[in-house]
Design a protein around this ligand. Sequence first.
Ligand SMILES: [Mn+2]
Length: 384
Amino acid sequence: MDRFRIELPSWGFADTGTRFGKFHQAAAASTIEEKFRDAAEVNRVTGVCPSLALHVLWDFREGAASAPEVASLTKSTGVKAGSINPNLFQDQIYKFGSFGNPDPQVRAAALQHTLDSIDIAVSTESRDISLWFADGSNYPGTQNMRHRKAWFDEGLRLTHAALKPEQRMLVEYKPFEPAFYHTDIADWGMALELARAAGPQAKVLVDTGHHYSAQNIEQIVAWLLDLKMLGGFHFNDRRYADDDLTLGSIDPYQIFRIFHEIAMYEWETGEQTDIAYMVDQSHNLKPKIEAMIQTVTTAQELFAKAAIVDHERLSVAQSRNEIVDAENCLKDAFATDVRPVLEEWRKSRGIPARPLTAFRESGYQQRIETERAGKGRSAGSSYA
Ligand SMILES: [Mn+2]
């Protein structure tokens, strides 16, 4: 548990909604300072969220000139700037794509924004540039998929060439939405190919909500681990599409199986993986800070359950094809209530045993509801 850290998204504290509308919350953060303060509160009660993922368009209103403000917020809140997310989907020029747009001027603008984002990451001392592209098309025949692949290849190589030695670029994939016919980076195989072609500091980012319903995500994780190409996760849960629900709310066994693949890999190889665990959720109905605390403690529980799988016993059962025993290794661990031991672990680290209770007793929510009421209705992120 001492090694488990999870990064919060700045946009998870802002007002978000669906394409049908937004329900405003009085406590929603509308400035970068409020997002840092909320993240610091989650970190205060959980002790495992030392960094905040930032969105360039939403959090760096003045581009690189906003970096000193972020640095001072890091100082005052103790929360570091985490992964830097360029925004290549909201500007009007991106109607037909960014890196994959047939118009060379738009591709150049998208690349420039990405290079600017790398500079921002240097100034905030962020390691990871997290790349998600909304590029795709809605109707057959309207775009040349091979040409777009080549343009992506070129754009990602140029992005990689601008990275500092300690930086990484993470390539995220998604099968559909906002495009409904084809997406340029639709699955992990496409992301893998593009990342490999870009260079050694490019890895694949797995967003758990970016798969078709029946897809075996832990197998993708196992392959990416084996290929040393797993850069990180965007955690969330879903029932139908990219629903951005709270991690483990619909299918906790799914996240457990992912953590199990990682734990088993570490046990077998003796390696310590270097994977960025990040939250990418949109809490439209739940109070945002409570939802984030719930997310973090659920992630810890599922991580702990995966850690107590009897690897020795599992390994033997697998080699002998004792499939009931092998399966039960997972089921036994998953059925174990790890909450008491997590409470003990928190107490031993000076963290509140029950983070949600500690948060409710702090009065923080009431304070910000009063402070922020009526503020920032038009500011902040769109649905994301
Ligand atoms: Mn994501």
